[in-house]
Design a protein around this ligand. Structure first.
Ligand SMILES: Nc1ncnc2c1ncn2[C@@H]1O[C@H](COP(=O)(O)OP(=O)(O)OP(=O)(O)O)[C@@H](O)[C@H]1O
Length: 254
């Protein structure tokens, strides 16, 4: 399906600098069998984007690039909270790999919440400890108020009774909601989520997407969700970004 992307910057103010901006960014898979091109992609404050497209079209790869976990093959501009990162990525850059990795790790930890497709909880920590991990790693001023904050978020996600249990004692849907709480607990300005609602009952999926929309609006954050559930994204008023496949190349932009 090669439909043009639909994009409505609902709620964002054009005067605000974007939270995330990429231009002329390309990733080529090792072996060259697949290429993802991002001519231009911008995430503004108080905006929720829903990236849709068929299996294997590069949606997870897009999140990997935006979360700085994957390095682009080529890039003209990549900025995160107005910090220009392309100079660290150009072939002629004098930055060492270690220095770049240190910077990117810090940016990721402080500014990006990530909900992986598989939850990614540590099996030997309780749900509460998993959620608190981001606060402990960052040692933010909000670390002290962590317990109350965790309970409040858990209440909204319907997992209050799960907090003292290990991931193995939880259902797939409960584990996913713990992973969502873990990604939100340090109130990152950018939230990236890979199929966050896939293991959830439709009623829970709607609650989660509404929570993410509300999070973007109240925290001045930007949310990008990869999902196959177009109806749920539209009901939660996400702006849809359709991946366009052309042979072994995918183009994603807004
Ligand atoms: N490390 C890699 N080496 C080679 N090819 C890769 C690598 N990582 C991803 N790919 C390829 O890149 C393409 C995009 O993969 P990606 O996981 O981003 O797709 P997706 O849209 O998220 O798929 P799904 O909806 O099934 O999760 C696929 O064709 C995949 O085979």
């Amino acid at each position: 399906m090669n439909t043009a992307p639909t994009m409505v910057q609902s709620g964002s103010c054009p005067a605000d600098p974007p939270l995330l901006h990429a231009e002329a960014l390309t990733w080529q898979a090792p072996g060259g069998d697949f290429t993802l091109e991002i001519p231009s992609l911008t995430l503004h404050k108080r905006t929720c984007l829903g990236v849709i497209g068929p299996s294997g079209c590069g949606k997870s790869t897009l999140l990997g690039l935006l979360s700085l976990a994957l390095l682009p093959t080529k890039v003209r501009c990549l900025s995160l909270l107005e910090r220009q990162l392309a100079p660290y990525l150009s072939p002629g850059s004098h930055t060492t790999n270690r220095k770049r990795e240190r910077l990117f790790t810090t940016l990721r930890a402080e500014h990006v919440g990530f909900i992986p497709q598989t939850g990614g909880l540590l099996p030997f920590l309780t749900a509460r400890e998993n959620i608190a991990l981001a606060l402990n790693v960052l040692e933010t001023p909000s670390s002290g108020q962590g317990a109350g904050h965790i309970d409040m978020l858990a209440e909204r996600l319907g997992i209050i009774s799960c907090l003292e249990k290990l991931p193995s004692q939880l259902s797939v849907g409960q584990r996913q909601r713990v992973a969502i709480a873990r990604a939100l607990i340090h109130t990152p300005p950018i939230l990236l989520a890979d199929e966050p609602t896939a293991p959830l009952h439709p009623s829970q999926a709607a609650i989660v997407l509404d929570l993410l929309r509300n999070y973007a609006e109240t925290q001045n954050a930007g949310v990008i969700v990869v999902s196959h559930d177009i109806d749920a994204l539209q009901k939660a008023e996400f702006s849809l970004v359709q991946a366009q496949m052309k042979g072994n190349k995918t183009i994603i932009h807004n």
